[in-house]
Design a protein around this ligand. Structure first.
Ligand code: RP5
Ligand code: MG
Ligand code: MG
Length: 274
């Protein structure tokens, strides 16, 4: 497990002036004693308004950490996480982030997401004789980065349902006629990654976890008539051949690299910089 990096960046995403307490690499793990650690306390006003997708602002009201709590899944895919005795706030299993509270996240503890990696073969635009994988990616409105068309799992929802729903929302602009085609396509889904996400929204007490699946269209037949249209938190959607200059959101590059390796496709990240 590598150290989270994006979860220590300042200013905190969506703000101009919320600066995280500086956490050097060696002090990320909680078991490194650090009496002078003073994380910045921040929970976005959006979350403090207590929308239906968010927990009570008072962490002491949460009684079912590490369990399914009514419809909310508070179990972690990573471990049984620790709870701070004084504040009753969960501790990020990947360590310190320099920020306490929930930031932009709704749940104390794990916030579950799902991500689809849809791939097919294409001719390498840089080298005609080479085959590469192209992937459906969106541009996120919040960060402008490229990202998988995934999203948060709703309360009571199965992650595989969330992945399909988010794909239809973000990559098909909620086209209802997409549902049948997507059901067919996702029969091919294979688990790729399950665990922590180095998301810029993470805090000491709230973090993202995802389940990522790969749907690989070997012949290109299944996706030939797929109509892509950006929706919801996506400003753009396209099939992309990645190269080293692309900037990807959260841990998405790592997830995509796993898929590329799995298919024995060309590993673009070994290229020299252009
Ligand atoms: C990432 O944030 C996950 O991998 C997933 O793609 C996404 C979920 O958040 P939203 O897209 O709903 O903002 O960490
Ligand atoms: Mg979404
Ligand atoms: Mg999303």
């Amino acid at each position: 497990t590598s150290l989270h990096i994006k979860a220590r960046k300042s200013p905190y995403c969506g703000t101009q002036d919320v600066k995280r307490f500086d956490v050097p690499d060696e002090k990320v793990p909680w078991n490194v004693n650090w009496p002078d650690y003073r994380p910045t306390e921040y929970t976005s006003p959006i979350v403090l308004k207590n929308p239906p997708w968010a927990d009570d602002p008072d962490a002491k009201k949460i009684q079912h950490y590490n369990q399914t709590d009514g419809k909310i899944d508070r179990t972690s895919l990573i471990c049984t996480y620790e709870i701070d005795k004084e504040t009753n706030r969960p501790k990020n299993p990947q360590g310190r982030t320099g920020l306490s509270g929930r930031g932009l996240l709704g749940h104390w503890g794990p916030n579950h997401a799902g991500d689809p990696v849809i791939t097919r073969w294409a001719k390498d635009l840089r080298n005609e004789r080479r085959k590469v994988l192209e992937i459906i990616l969106i541009h996120r409105k919040d960060s402008g980065e490229l990202a998988l068309p995934g999203g948060m799992v709703d309360a009571g929802e199965h992650v595989s349902t969330a992945i399909k729903r988010e794909f239809i929302e973000e990559a098909m602009n909620s086209d209802p006629s997409g549902a049948k085609q997507i059901d067919e396509l996702f029969k091919k889904a294979v688990l790729i990654y399950k665990g922590y996400v180095d998301d810029p929204r993470n805090t000491d007490n709230s973090w993202l976890e995802t389940v990522a699946v790969n749907v690989h269209d070997e012949t290109g037949e299944l996706t030939r008539y797929l109509k892509l249209e950006a929706g919801d938190d996506a400003s753009k959607v396209t099939w992309i051949q990645l190269d080293r200059d692309h900037k990807l959101y959260a841990s998405h590059e790592k997830i995509i690299q796993t898929v590329i390796r799995k298919h024995g496709a060309y590993e673009y990240w070994h290229d020299g910089s252009r």
